[in-house]
Ligand binder design. Sequence first.
Ligand code: NAD
Length: 512
Amino acid sequence: MDKPAPKADVFQANRDRVAPLLKKLRADGIGHMIDGKIVPSISGETFETKSPVDGAVLASVARGNAEDIDAAATAAALAFKSWRDMGPAMRRKLLHRVADAIEDNAEDIAVLECIDTGQAYRFMAKAAIRAAENFRFFADKCAEARDGLNTPSDEHWNISTRVPIGPVGVITPWNTPFMLSTWKIAPALAAGCTVVHKPAEWSPVTAAILARLVKEAGVPDGVLNTVHGFGEEAGKALTEHPAIKAIGFVGESATGSAIMVQGAPTLKRVHFELGGKNPVIVFDDADLDRALDAVVFMIYSLNGERCTSSSRLLIQQNIAEKFVEKLTARVKALKVGHPLDPATEIGPLIHERHLAKVCSYFDVARQDGATIAVGGKAYDGPGGGHYVEPTLVTGAHGRMRVAQEEVFGPFLTVLPFTDEVDAIAIANDIRYGLTGYVWTNNVGRALRVADALEAGMIWLNSENVRHLPTPFGGMKASGIGRDGGDYSFDFYMETKHVSLARGTHRIQKLGI
Ligand code: NAD
């Protein structure tokens, strides 16, 4: 069997791979994709995107505003009818071709995503492959997207069917941006919707690649349009545009509220995947070694910039001391480093403003009276970028800000609990409700706690493992609606009822 390449070789190979890609990116800049053409903003305005590794300018990016959104929404509206009416077999074929193209470019996408977002290669290496899987999964569902129910009554044959809602807007954040955007765009296209995508301004690079690959795969012009720019400009205009029938949004809860207001005059249907402050609850009867692995993985992977991260550790009091001792050793040993280095576990945070936000919670922890057991400061990493030490906070209680607010970094708050009732009370005493993780070998308790937790997704004795047919989404301030499998089609499609009289049932005669 072939031995895996030594880590140093992979690091060098990644640098060699990314260098010419960055050179080309700097030379070409990033334009919008509107109606199958790469175009600058109508205003001619641009903004710079910089690498979190060393602050180097990666590209000049077209800065879209309402005019560009109008052009993209018009293109999406014009392309809608023929895309909607295309047979599912052809649509399936085209979406599989997109998946092939993503796979062919997976290594380039991975290294560019590392440089653009600061995410470590060990996690990004597979992100593009997962994005291709999203396209394949929904490609295979093109035919069944229209499925409905047959509910006959005495006099009528009643059927329901689904039709695509129309052109939709997809607005995505900067954490794992390539994978996440395919999560939204693939089901929308499979449903027969056309799309205007507004990627996050802090991570525009791979969204532009996706737009190009979709075009090169033969998807007709105007079916996927990508407009770069800022949330308050391009994003806002997209949510307000009358041709756009629905907005699939992933981002902060406060932005979700703003979008709801902005979309109200045009009665936008909305699907929100928002913030989280998710509990991982470890009971004393759990497999503590596996629980420890999952606790560390679910907050310190992906720089903790992950909506489903388990940022609150609820640990049963009687095992807390020993568990936290082991946890402390693991957090101290985490490797912060260059994102292209395969040995790196934590890379630089996305942006200097986000670094400042994460670092501000070190003071919040101290002011709250909690203890910073590990970390608690910025880190001088390779390239001098936005690195931070992985941080562990102890001595906290559930009402402290470090236990209530989403930090969105490698920052874990430990909260001891006494028993099952106490654990559930602490876990639910929060505005968010995205995920919950429970570790116990008592099956009855596992199911009771799963039932009681106010969260959209619960994993029992497991870290977060995504299975595409299952519903993904949050309760409370963590979201509205569900993605995944058929759930996605409920959002991107209208359910239509059709009733056919079976015979000559009596119709009331008026005016006789
Ligand atoms: P953000 O809300 O600041 O931005 C997300 C997107 O919304 C960006 O493209 C931005 O330009 C756009 N935007 C901002 N203001 C807008 C407005 N007024 N109108 C329209 N669009 C606007 O979020 P972020 O900082 O990029 O991402 C981090 C957040 O995303 C975290 O809170 C995280 O929990 C959340 N998130 C949630 C999930 C989930 O599935 N629940 C997944 C990933 C990230």
